[in-house]
Ligand binder design. Structure first.
Ligand code: PMV
Length: 314
């Protein structure tokens, strides 16, 4: 018996870092996916194959003793095997279109698609039940996850979130995002700690930035209703200025933002910064041209659209 699922990656459109300090953030699912196939096997094993390596272990291992990025898949398979007596073992294979470790939500998409495919071997689960499993699986690698990435990957579309919860934005704008990768590795945890230092040293300035970011998010939510891409681009540019001030940018990212701003409606860092990716807001008229600008400067880049489907089980 086989069960298959796929789930999308994500981009933070507005509000990264400020969200850690209580402001709302807006994120969207993108049409780059992780595909997971789970298969019931007769052997009492959990066997995982992916393009970043393989993992094969007996059941009932202590999850804290497993040192592998594939740990969430083991967690899911082991947990669901324990709850029943019909299936002996599980073979899992993973294929991903999402670049790893650059803030595009690859690990959350793995957890969501993994939870969908593995639970599909047992009983029908609702999207919300799968999401709950996925967040538990993600916690095996990021203990303090807000759950935002898994939520947008499960439900698709655009979402606004803060520490109190998530709301889906119902409009379906048809913009494209040109994503370019600095190929500079970053640690979200470290950059978040640096922003905390900035906040401690510049309390009044940081409080002012938080209230400006909050106003920006409220106007972004109004703009979504009107589907006004130029206005949205202005907000992207404004948000990037705030990210510069709190110190998460660097020369490479600034240069990339400049390249993107030549032809797109606006560019900004997405996610933690310090490295990782930026996006440029575009539509069918300027996406190709924007990609060309990045390619001419030898930046790794690609364009994405919003994914409105989220988790897909088949
Ligand atoms: O690097 P990413 O895409 O995982 O984004 C981190 C976003 C932060 O706001 C910097 C941290 C957080 O937990 O929200």
């Amino acid at each position: 018996m086989k069960s298959k699922s796929s789930a999308p990656g994500k981009v933070i459109l507005f509000g990264e870092h400020f969200v850690v300090h209580g402001i709302k953030a807006v994120l969207c699912a993108i049409n780059k996916r992780v595909f997971v196939t789970a298969e019931a096997i007769d052997e009492e094993k959990i066997s995982i194959k992916s393009n970043i390596g393989d993992l094969e272990l007996d059941k009932n291992k202590n999850i804290d003793e497993i040192n592998s990025p594939l740990k969430p898949f083991y967690f899911l398979a082991d947990k669901l095997l324990k709850e029943q007596s019909e299936i002996e073992g599980i073979k899992i294979s993973i294929k991903s279109e999402i670049p790893l470790g650059v803030g595009l939500g690859s690990s959350s998409a793995c957890c969501v698609a993994g939870a969908g495919a593995i639970s599909g071997l047992f009983s029908e689960k609702t999207k919300d039940e799968i999401l709950e499993l996925a967040i538990d699986a993600e916690k095996t690698i990021f203990k303090n996850t807000s759950g935002a990435d898994c939520t947008v990957s499960t439900h698709g579309g655009i979402m606004v979130y803060d520490k109190t919860g998530f709301t889906k934005i119902e409009s379906e704008p048809n913009f494209q995002l040109v994503i370019s990768n600095s190929n500079i590795e970053h640690s979200t945890e470290k950059v978040v700690a640096e922003v905390q230092k900035f906040k401690d040293k510049n309390e009044t300035e940081f409080a002012e930035l938080c209230s400006k970011e909050s106003e920006l998010i409220e106007s972004v939510l109004r703009i979504f209703k009107k589907n006004e891409i130029k206005e949205l681009g202005e907000k992207v540019i404004e948000n990037q200025k705030f990210l510069e001030i709190i110190g998460i940018s660097n020369d490479t990212l600034r240069e990339m933002v400049k390249v993107g701003n030549k032809t797109s409606f606006g560019s900004k860092i997405t996610g933690a910064g310090g490295g990782g990716c930026i996006f440029s807001l575009a539509n069918e008229e300027n996406a190709e041209e924007t990609l060309k600008e990045f390619k001419n400067k030898n930046y790794e880049c690609f364009s994405v659209k919003i994914d409105f489907k989220g988790l897909d089980t088949f």
